[in-house]
Design a binder for this molecule. Structure first.
Ligand code: DC
Length: 244
């Protein structure tokens, strides 16, 4: 997807109406969530939270600690140990575990292939959802993930569910691996499909579309068009009385 830095100026930054809002962006991998969420946060002058990075950081820590990621009991037993610190500036999102910057290592193939198992463990989700709610605080934030509109922030001002055709999602992931914004090792279309299947069929808080989410198919849209649609929704909803 094309980048739209020139248009990412925070032209709504001083808009009091959007100050306390929560924009929830859910969807499968490769739907364009990260670029869209980050771009929307920059344009609206909001903070940005990548919850997938938190599950990845937890997975990185488990692997480094020698915890077998498929042993749900062991993963659960140790899930309270790592100290996760997350920065929410959309221009420079940061993530550290026990003081170590893990923003690079959490995109490795090893972590990418292990993260579905770790994120399916209820104790992991319980801890990370609590942390995510703390970070959301009084709002003023765009949050991306799989269960934001359904579980983490069911009262979010705006809920968007991004989709894209499977082939296009694999192509985008590959393009990211070749030097996109969030450098991740290229997954094959099969690996991607497998991860989505695991994320969608787990019992604890699966990837799910909130009934009140607006579905946005990004297959034929460029990044700027996606951001514009989300910003328009935020403008519309932020003006609604009775919403956050
Ligand atoms: O968005 P991502 O690919 O970086 O997410 C990594 C994994 O984390 C993904 O396989 C599913 C999981 N995840 C989750 O279970 N819940 C979230 N809110 C975000 C991500």
């Amino acid at each position: 997807m094309e980048r739209a830095d020139h248009a990412d100026q925070a032209d709504h930054a001083d808009d009091a109406r959007t100050a306390g809002i929560v924009v929830a962006i859910d969807g499968p991998s490769g739907s364009g969530k990260s670029s869209a969420a980050r771009g929307t946060a920059r344009r609206l002058g909001l903070r940005y939270l990548d919850t997938g990075a938190m599950y990845r950081a937890m997975t990185w820590w488990m692997m480094r600690a020698g915890t077998p990621v498929d042993d749900a009991d062991e993963v659960a037993a140790r899930s309270g140990e790592p100290d996760l610190q997350v920065g929410t500036d959309p221009d420079l999102p940061t993530i550290t575990v026990d003081g170590i910057d893990v923003s690079g290592p959490i995109r490795s193939r090893e972590v990418t292939n292990a993260v579905s198992a770790v994120s399916a463990v209820p104790a992991v989700r319980h801890r990370l959802v609590a942390l995510q709610r703390e970070l959301i605080g009084d709002g003023g934030i765009v949050v991306e993930g799989r269960d934001i509109g359904t579980t983490v922030a069911p009262d979010a001002t705006v809920k968007v569910y991004l989709t894209a055709h499977e082939q296009e999602r694999a192509r985008r992931r590959a393009a990211e691996g070749l030097g996109g914004a969030k450098v991740e090792v290229t997954l094959t279309q099969q690996e991607l499909a497998l991860r989505d299947k695991k994320d969608s069929t787990r019992t604890a808080s699966p990837l799910n579309q909130a009934p009140d989410a607006v579905v946005l198919d990004t297959t034929a849209l460029n990044l700027n068009q996606v951001i514009e649609r989300i910003c328009a929704l935020a403008d519309e909803r932020a003006g609604m009385p009775g919403r956050r």
